[in-house]
Design a protein around this ligand. Structure first.
Ligand SMILES: *Cc1c(COP(=O)(O)O)cnc(C)c1O
Length: 416
């Protein structure tokens, strides 16, 4: 039975014999640590989600765009989504081919659309005005479109991306106008997609969303694919024994729906899913260092180098991340873990019962691989951390260098 200090990482052999304190000594603090074996396991779980044969898993790169990470995702046979030409650019660097990339656009410029057209990447538009723009740029071309099936879900209102209140997608009531624009520019609609939101833990909401998008699919003849969206949740509260999403149950229900739909539609079209978080969250621990411990009125604080410039989720979405403390303390205490950014909201964890911490201790923020580094910034002119990867044999490699002062200032043009 391992101690609270390392309970979760021990249970999955996260560090594979590497000492977190030594990693910080060698690569600096803060530090994003990834585990290759866990990443590959997550890829395989989703690849095997359904028994329907024409199935594509498009990893949503916005959750984590590290190049080495994408190389592993590609080796595992996944395809990718891109939200911007910048993401597609890194995907090309990782070896993905144009036909493996699906550009899901939202309010993009003509230049960004042209990038997709020039690089033979299938693009999904999400409004009638963007379909017009696409038609003008690429008459006779192939295009996909994002529809709002009316079902939304997610862990926070900021990440619910379908339903009544969202900026995303085209409402089905506009399908007649949509078809007219297709005709006007002789466009071929190759697929439709949706994304109901992020971090569902019960499969039923997803299934409801799938049924809604399949109903919309029936409005169009000869689609090549239907993309059912991402949003597969992971248990962030492992110390509280939060259960995992039941992928087996979800997969079985989904398989039946997909087989039935293909039969009814009269064509073995391809179904895609586009998970970001499920693939990337759990293979990473963010390490940081405690620089101060103090009692301020009712709260005891651990002051760390883990500001919201390094991990934005707790500040942005009130997200919970479990914390481990890599010291030998057997005593616990209630403590609030904060960062080093000059804002009161810079809090990683409120009032947690943790092993007693002291200055110099290394702590780990668990499940940090999704929307962690990819949302990190240089706010307060701080340096974004390095990223390292623990290979399957336990060897550690650096996959992204820590920023330097030079990185902070390279784009400045001083006044003469
Ligand atoms: C962000 C996003 C995803 C991935 O969401 P996760 O919750 O990380 O799985 C999938 N599709 C679209 C369109 C997105 O914007």
């Amino acid at each position: 039975m391992s101690k609270l200090n390392t309970k979760v990482t021990d249970s999955v052999n996260f560090f594979q014999g590497n000492d977190p304190k030594k990693l910080v000594e060698e690569y600096g603090s803060p530090l994003y640590v990834y585990n290759e074996r866990i990443l590959r396991e997550r890829c395989r779980e989703i690849k095997n989600l359904v028994s329907y044969p024409h199935f594509s898993v498009n990893y949503s790169t916005k959750a984590n765009n590290n190049l080495a990470f994408l190389q592993i995702v590609r080796e595992e046979g996944l395809n990718v989504d891109a939200m911007s030409p910048g993401e597609a650019h890194v995907e090309f660097m990782a070896g993905f081919k144009p036909e493996q990339i699906f550009f899901i656009s939202n309010n993009v410029s003509k230049e960004e659309m042209q990038y997709a057209i020039d690089h033979d990447i299938t693009l999904s538009v999400d409004s009638l005005s963007q379909l017009e723009q696409y038609g003008q740029l690429n008459p006779g071309g192939r295009v996909a479109a994002r529809f709002n099936g009316g079902v939304g879900a997610g862990h926070h209102e900021k990440v619910v991306t379908a339903g009544k209140k969202t900026k995303f997608a085209i409402n089905p009531e506009y399908i007649p106008e949509f078809k007219e624009i297709l005709k006007k520019y002789d466009l071929k609609l190759v697929g439709i997609n949706q994304h109901i939101g992020s971090l569902f833990m019960e499969g039923d909401k997803y299934i409801e969303g799938v049924k809604a998008i399949l109903n919309i699919a029936k409005e169009f003849d000869d689609l090549e694919f239907v993309d059912l969206g991402g949003g597969f949740g992971i248990p962030y509260e492992k110390l509280n024994d939060q259960p995992r999403l039941d992928l087996k149950d979800l997969g079985e229900k989904l398989s039946k729906i997909l087989f039935d739909f293909a039969k009814e539609y009269g064509k073995e079209l391809t179904f895609k899913v586009e998970p970001g978080r499920y693939i990337s969250a759990e293979c990473s621990v963010l390490l940081g260092t405690v620089h101060a411990v103090k009692q301020n009125n009712v709260h005891k604080f651990a002051g760390t180098d883990l500001g919201f410039n390094v991990l934005a989720r707790p500040m942005m979405y009130d997200s919970h991340h479990d914390i481990e403390v890599y010291n030998n303390s057997d005593d616990t205490e209630e403590i609030t873990v904060v960062g080093n950014i000059c804002e009161s909201g810079d809090i990683i964890a409120h009032d947690r019962v943790l092993p007693k911490v002291a200055e110099g201790d290394v702590i780990g923020v668990l499940d940090a691989g999704a929307y962690g580094y990819s949302m990190a910034s240089n706010y307060n002119n701080r340096l974004r951390p390095a990223e390292i990867l623990i290979r399957e044999n336990g060897e550690v490699v650096l996959t992204r260098k820590r920023d330097t002062f030079e990185d902070l200032t390279r784009n400045f043009i001083p006044l003469k």
